[in-house]
Ligand binder design. Sequence first.
Ligand SMILES: C[S@@+](CC[C@H](N)C(=O)[O-])C[C@H]1O[C@@H](n2cnc3c(N)ncnc32)[C@H](O)[C@@H]1O
Length: 293
Amino acid sequence: MSTPAENPPLSHDVDTAIRLYMQHWLCTTDTGFIIHPEIPLDTENLNIADVGCGTGIWLIDLDRQMSRMGQLHGYDISSAYFPPADELPENIRFETLDATQPPPEDLIDQYDVVHLGHVGLCIRNEDPTEFLMTCIAMLSAYICPVTCVRGLTQTEPGGYLCWDELDTGSVQPIHSDPAASGGHADLLESFGLAWLSSHGVTTRWIRTLDDTCTRYGLEVVDFKRKPASDALARPWTMMQLMANRDYIENEIIPMTEAGKFPKGHPTAEGWREMLKNLVRECQGGVKLLTDIV
Ligand SMILES: C[S@@+](CC[C@H](N)C(=O)[O-])C[C@H]1O[C@@H](n2cnc3c(N)ncnc32)[C@H](O)[C@@H]1O
């Protein structure tokens, strides 16, 4: 079984940051919200945390939407994408934190809302428990949601856990003209999923995240799956292409060249060729769409 430490979650380059911004804005455009509308933001001085925050764009966007002042704190295992402090409002700050470990004392019971966004590929072996436990511990008065869960054992609602995901396992290359070829996209998709699976990354757990939250004593306020919209098919496809390229060039090819690849997987040259063909097919009309959960 692989562990997060064996699999650095992201390569650290400008393209990755751009892709994360794009992914965030595509999701908020398609769902119509930054934070789930069930969560009341009209209270003074809300404490909100974003775990696995990456570029911090979710908090930065949320702050612009909030009419009341809140303290917004972003946590990530890596500070590589944190914006410089002098570009941030005073109420937003970022710190490093490994969400697979219990949080330090001073973060326990601190937040009215804890958010997780698009950390799916960082979850190993179908088990989101470590991330979930860390976020629950950070919530004030033991409360919680997936896009919304509230603690059952409290008489007073305390806080909310919001978990936004992309079900990358749901990506099926689609051609607007069924007679036209999408064979390379299908091939790369299946090799890509097999590669991820051989490293302990599969996304079936996303489909039952509501049940998992219930098992941890949370009340699921809302749990929805929404296909990426056809209207935004091109930007979604470009974003998925960037994700494929990032992962293949920065993770798969270096590991393959170092001889660390499971039997039956393509060579580095094979991956480069599939990527080139995928780009060509997407330019020819293939769509790569994912479900937003
Ligand atoms: C795909 S990015 C998503 C970033 C951000 N939430 C967004 O939606 O743009 C996943 C993030 O999870 C972070 N991450 C991975 N493992 C982590 C861990 N064990 N603890 C905290 N953050 C982690 C990565 O560094 C990365 O920034």
